[in-house]
Each structure stands twice: as C-alpha cells, then as structure tokens.
Design a protein around this ligand. Sequence first.
Ligand SMILES: Cc1ncc(COP(=O)(O)O)c(C=O)c1O
Length: 466
Amino acid sequence: MDGTFNENDISRVVEADRAHVWHHLIQHKPFEANDPRIIVEGKGVRVWDQKGKEHLDAVSGGVWTVNVGYGRESICKAVYDQLMKMCYFAQSAGSIPGALFAEMLIDKMPGMSRVYYTNSGSEANEKAFKMVRQIAHKRYGGKKHKILYRDRDYHGGTLATMSAGGQNERNEQYGPFAPGFVRVPHCMEYRKHELGLDHLSGEEFGIAAANLIEEVILREGPDTVGALCLEPVTAGGGVIAPPEGYWPRVQEICRKYDILLHIDEVVCGVGRTGTQWFGYQHYGIEPDFVTMAKGVASGYAAIACMVTTERVFEMFKDDASDPLNYFRDISTFGGCTAGPAAAIENMRIIQDENLLQNCTDMGARLDANLRMLMEKHKVIGDVRGKGLFQGAELVADRDSKEPVEEKQAQAVVADCMAQGVIIGVTNRSVPGRNNTLCFSPALIATADDIDQITEAVDGALGRVFG
Ligand SMILES: Cc1ncc(COP(=O)(O)O)c(C=O)c1O
C-alpha cells in the first residue's frame, strides 16, 4: 500500500480506518458492526461523508474549531506559499509569519505583548503553568506555586492539564495527577442550588460565586497560590456563560492576593463569542496569560499561542548572568510556519467579512430560536451561551432540574445527524451531566443555516421525547 487513493475506492479507506485508526473520544466496539464515519469534503458550513451525504456542521469540525468555514482557498494558498518558501525552523529563531501574526494578534489584545507559539491548547496551557511555577521558584522560594482551576472547566488532555481538569469523567482512571492544583467551585447560575446559593440571583449570585474562589484561596493560604486558570465561558463542561458581577470580583480577588490570572480562550478565542476577538474582552478583564488554539487558524494548520504581558516577560529576563533565568522550554512544532501563515489569513477573513458582527447577529438568532423551542419542549431546562457558542440543557423535570438520561440526549444528536445536521452534546464530562446540547456553527453561518439547525432540533426533540 503506497497511500495513493482512487476517488472511487472509498471502501478501501473505510477498511484502512477500521483496521488501523484509533479515533478520539469514542467507543470502538460499534465499528465492528458499523462503518466509522469518514468526512471526505467540506465547503462553507457543510461537510460530506463517505456515502456522499451532506451535513450542516453546527459544531465547526466537531470541537469549535473551523471558525471561518471549510474550503477557504486563500488560507490554503497562504500556507502553500509559505511552506514552499520556508517550512520550518525551531522557534529559537524567528519566522516571517510568526512575527507578523504576533503583531496582528497583540494589536487585538490591549495590555498583552508576547506570543509563545506551540501546537495544541493543552500545550499552551502547560506553558503558562510552567511559567507560574518558575515565577514561584524565582520570586517566592517555590511557595507560591499552586494553580487554581474551576469545577466543570477543561484545559486539555495531558496529565498536567488534567490535573487542572474540572470534569471528573474525563479524569477517571488516569490518575494520579500532578500535585499543586486546587479546584474552586463553578459559577453556573442554573445549578446554583449545588453551591448553596439558590437564594441569590443576578449580580449578587455572580459576586457570591466569585467569593467562593476567595474562600479556597484563604483556606490554601494566599502565599501558596500562584495563578487562577479559568475559561471565560465554560465549553465542554456545559456551555456556561458567567453571571453578572462575577468577573470584576474575580479580577479584584486576583489583585488582592497577587495571583496571576490565566484565561483559557482555546474555545472562545478569535471571534467565537461575537463582537470581541476574545471572550474575556466582554468582561473588562486584564489577564496575565491568555491561551488559544482551535479557532486561531480554523483548523487549516495546527497552531496554539500562549500570550502574556510585558510584566511577566520581564520576570524571565531580569538577570541574564543567571544561566537558569529564562523560560527553558521548547515546542518543536511551534516553529512550523504553516500555523501563523494560516492564522494571518484567518484573521484577515474575520475582519474583512465582518464575522464578529455576523457571529453576534447569528448568535442572537440561534439563542432566540432555542428559546422558542424551550416554550414548546419542556425538556429544555436552560438555554445559555455567547455568540455562536450556545448550549441547551435537557432536563427530565424543570423544577428538580433532574437531567435527562444521557442516552436520550445522544438520541437527539443521532436524530439530527439522520436529518443531515451535526450538533454536539457534552461528552464524558461531568458525571450525570452529559445532557447539554452544543451548537457552534462557523462564524459565516446564515439565518437559513441557523433555522435549519433549530428545525432539526425541534423535530428530534419531538421524536425522542414525544
Ligand atoms: C477550553 C479548552 N482548553 C483546552 C483544550 C485542549 O486543547 P487541545 O485539544 O488542542 O489540546 C480544549 C479542548 O477541547 C478546551 O476546550
């Protein structure tokens, strides 16, 4: 077998896949009886599988990634031209697209100044964790090393990021984890009874949820806590937009105890939440670290960035005579030029096509459509999100908020798939809480696309729940 492929020979691909590919986050037993799905082609917001069946992809490549849609010739051309000229050199040297994308990115992130290139969201998060640890050693005798993370948040699949993982089902059976990571409570208003805060609402709830973080800091000892790592809007843990009042109080707490604020924009970053380039920018936050991956180049090339401030950068170059006094880290493929070349073109498209505005407008339509479905289908207990990043939580009972059975939520996804619409559902996330349908079409989605998605959900809910 030489890897060549005749367009008419898709069955060979299916068999090769079945025999040799270990897919991500999926049970393989069913593939003994059913074919694995092969996605063969994509254009705009639509993809075609091996049987030629067309689907509207309401999850941007499954995991919130293909923000500008499929088949973008200008990105492919930019990558081709760059690779022909200069494909790779380690990031100890610079590259033309690496420098130019960093400048473009920092222009969108007032207060930030340095970009560290890497391969994946997990790795970008680990770079920030390593910096926090090194700062602790350089300045605080190693003491201020603890990293706080939040219940329901996710920061990656490596062991260190899983040590900061707030989704117990993802972590189950992979321990022991790294020490020095401490969990803080979630801030989900819909399930505020779990936090003992059901007597509060709106801003009062948001401030109280943030104060729960302060309680953990005081319990651990502020002089042991180096950083707080949070998603601006929690993604796989249930699409949780923060309550009013939460973020200003979080920022205040971080400043009070000299704790670095690390915002994980791996999902929210580069336009997904509408209006702003980054999720944190909706809330007036001034972070110390911002990590991003998925939408940075919309999946046309692998690229992730760990972005920080000049203040943090300066801490790593204040004594050049000390041979350990710099960030002693490398990410081999952080030196690939395809990533920043694709990212420049990706960002240009978002700007030129006014996609931040389209994301806001179409996000509002998606939200309104889901709320209309909520009136019709009692099984929708809550609709939440920001921009084209929305979730609908399915419950068996609106008063008790008892989640529907996981297999029922999955049946809704399967029914939509049969109708040619790919939606998502929280998957092996929080035990008993894999019940939130997820919607994140590309930022180019039209009103008709949005309506097609919610019509499919309407039909599916009717069939699954009667
Ligand atoms: C919020 C968040 N952070 C980090 C990651 C990890 O990114 P990657 O899979 O690129 O390592 C993910 C992946 O889904 C994510 O959702």
